[in-house]
Design a protein around this ligand. Sequence first.
Ligand code: P6P
Length: 338
Amino acid sequence: MSTQNTFLKELDERSSDNLFTLQSHILAEQSKHPGSTGTFSWILSAMSLSAKVIASKLRRARLDDVLGALGTENVQGERQQKLDVIANETLLRCLGRRKGVAIVASEENEEPILLRDNAEAEGGYCVLFDPLDGSSNLDVCGGVGTIFSILQHPSPAATADEAMLQPGSRQLAAGYILFGSSTVFVLTTGNGVSMFVLDPMIGAFLRVEDNLRIPTKGKIYSLNEGNRPTFPEGYQRYLDWAQHNGYSSRYAGAMVADVHRTLLKGGVFLYPPTAKAPNGKLRLMYEANPMAFLVEQAGGKAYAGKERLLDVQPKTLHQRTTVILGSSEEVDHVLRHL
Ligand code: P6P
């Protein structure tokens, strides 16, 4: 090893400060793609900036009196929280300034937002996101999160729908930011899963895991048991089996919090069909697909009923889906009962 490397290695060993930031990670990933223009990296850094801004607003929400509902509904017919709109606008403003972003789509907006015409979008990207998932948890200081998915804009000739409605297997990157007891950024660009924690003292996300792996099993199931009476029989049989085999139930009511726990502790997260949501409640494009990409990259499995989630061919931007995702052995236990 060269003298310089030995010198640096000794420095790193002596110091407890973690200096490997999300920005360093993004640039290190970019360097693996010779000839890349840095556009993709810019988009990821826009997500990082948005996350820091949203985190700062969430931490002061009650003090700044921005908690609570706006009195309006989003495209899903759900009551919008003030912070839903604030988070959405933060993401649109940060992403809008990145020239590589051709189209953005948000849970909060009926139609995709075309930021650049197709010619300018050449080699551009589509970014889809749920700006503040689980926002009904805000008033009670529960976990909430931002979920995002990045697709390649297929070609200048593509319509907005053709550009957006790609199966999850075509995602170039996906991630979430969990605003919980700390602010955690979890990301995959197709080479495994990395996890970063925001150090508010320096305003940087620091890498704490590179190549995060989900446990192959874990006796935890996570779903809203209040809907149990209307679950299809297979899910009922699975719950009977799990409860007779010593499983614990954990449910935060916010997908990002439940998926993050599942990634770290193992287990299975489910949103089965219900009478109220016969096709499931969660959105395919900007909730289920990014989470499925992350879970598979961490060694887990993700299904919509008996179909692999990343193979589902989307038909509409805001379509809903059922979800079974988590540890490979735990997903198999569910599928076995369907
Ligand atoms: P339920 C939050 O509203 C959300 O979209 C997801 O974050 C969460 O997993 C799910 O809905 C909770 O739905 O019907 O259990 O309240």
